[in-house]
Design a protein around this ligand. Structure first.
Ligand SMILES: Cc1cc2nc3c(=O)[nH]c(=O)nc-3n(C[C@H](O)[C@H](O)[C@H](O)COP(=O)(O)OP(=O)(O)OC[C@H]3O[C@@H](n4cnc5c(N)ncnc54)[C@H](O)[C@@H]3O)c2cc1C
Length: 372
């Protein structure tokens, strides 16, 4: 009887783990991917899909295509519980799936601080479904005011993409944008956004959201569409499982990627710390972590020594601003890049990821060029 690995979530981490696990013949290891959606969502590309002429579907690769030449079975269900004790996964339809080994990679959810009206009125931007909902609202509010709250990576990109067609306001509680980048790059991003027509409001916290209006510490703003990009948290349902959860709400994961002997975590749910502090939760980190835990899981199964503790070294971080312009850093030493070169490198990273997918799974999904 083959041993069974269940992978919860076919995002950047889950697919990278599957890429490793597939090295073992299916007669020894059967792999189930449980994911609630039909395809792998290329989330870093999704801000581009907010443009009217950029279909969201071009940024989703169907699991049926990715897995067509493999023995991996995709179960399209939403997981609602994982039992460490029973070695079982439960889905929202009540289906029970046993596992010998589990990779937990369901990504993250939007975090809503207790601000009255926020969750009711604001639209999050985490996945293709959210992108679709924002796009629908933009259609009926063409040329009107879009307020984006949160000046991190997601909020800054969304504001930049929408600036061309809408009256965009970007609101951030801190005195600067993009805490993940150096001050000089963050100032560049702010100035570029302003030049593209975005009103950037810094240093004002959001206090209350009503239908069509929001209250900040000093100002009140009218909005037609409100996008919330104010942070992420671990998926809520994890709290109701017997997985050990830390104070932060995230699972307690060892430096080897293990939650327990038989459960591994990867991607946004695994908050990774190195000597330099917490590593930002990105697709790049998720891919690296997925590959790492896939490799470690295989070693546990083969009773081989585990890999050394996970020490990711990011290759760069790039953010799109207005069309044709980006900002960020590349290479491990952190070389700053801005302008057209940063944008071109970001687009290159999209191509590279798709190429990597095709190398691992044997098909090609070329990137629809965004500069066309
Ligand atoms: C708008 C935006 C832009 C971004 N831009 C960048 C960028 O430019 N570069 C970068 O490196 N990172 C970027 N990120 C961050 C990056 O997308 C995430 O860090 C990355 O996707 C995390 O990978 P993951 O595999 O952990 O989760 P995901 O890629 O989110 O995949 C999780 C998968 O799990 C599935 N799932 C979730 N819950 C369940 C459940 N209960 N049952 C079954 N299936 C479930 C989901 O359907 C999904 O397929 C961006 C994020 C956003 C929101």
């Amino acid at each position: 009887m083959p041993e069974r690995v269940v992978v919860v979530g076919g995002g950047y981490a889950g697919l990278a783990a599957i890429g490793e696990l597939r090295r073992v013949p299916a007669s020894y290891l059967e792999i189930y991917l449980i994911d609630a959606v039909h395809g792998h969502e290329l989330i870093p590309e999704l801000p581009e899909a907010l443009r009217e002429n950029d279909p969201i579907e071009e940024h989703i690769v169907p699991f049926a295509e990715i897995l067509q030449d493999s023995e991996v079975k995709h179960i399209r269900e939403r997981v609602s519980d994982v039992s460490v004790q029973q070695r079982q996964v439960t889905t929202t339809t009540g289906t029970l799936i046993d596992y010998d080994w589990l990779v937990l990679s369901p990504g993250s959810s939007p975090a809503y601080p207790p601000i009255p009206g926020l969750e009711t009125h604001a639209l999050p931007m985490r996945n293709a479904h959210d992108t679709f909902k924002i796009k629908e609202r933009l259609k009926s509010h063409r040329g009107q005011r879009v307020v984006v709250v949160g000046g991190g990576l997601t909020g800054t990109e969304v504001a930049g993409v929408l600036a061309f067609d809408h009256d965009v306001w970007l609101v951030e509680g801190m005195s600067r944008l993009l805490p993940a980048l150096g001050r000089g790059l963050a100032t560049y991003a702010r100035d570029r956004l302003r030049a593209a027509g975005v009103t950037v409001m810094l240093g004002q916290k959001l206090l209350r959201v009503d239908h069509k209006a929001l209250k900040l510490e000093r100002d009140e703003l009218h909005y037609d569409v409100l996008v919330w990009a104010g942070g992420i948290q671990a998926p809520d349902w994890l709290k109701d499982t017997d997985i050990p959860i830390k104070h932060s709400g995230y699972p307690d994961v060892s430096a080897l990627g293990q939650i327990s002997e038989r459960i591994f975590a990867a991607g946004d749910v695994w908050r990774v710390y190195t000597d330099g502090g917490e590593v930002p939760q990105t697709a790049q980190l998720a891919s690296m972590a997925g590959k790492y835990v896939g490799g470690n899981l295989l070693r546990v199964i083969r009773r081989q020594p585990l890999l050394p503790a996970f020490q990711p070294r990011l290759r760069g971080m790039l953010i799109s601003l207005d069309p044709g312009v980006g900002v960020g850093w590349v290479l491990r030493g952190g070389i700053p890049v801005r302008g057209g070169s940063a944008r071109a490198l970001k687009e290159l990273s999209f191509h590279q990821y798709r190429l990597k997918l095709s190398r691992v799974f044997g098909h090609g999904w070329p990137f629809p060029s965004i500069s066309e």
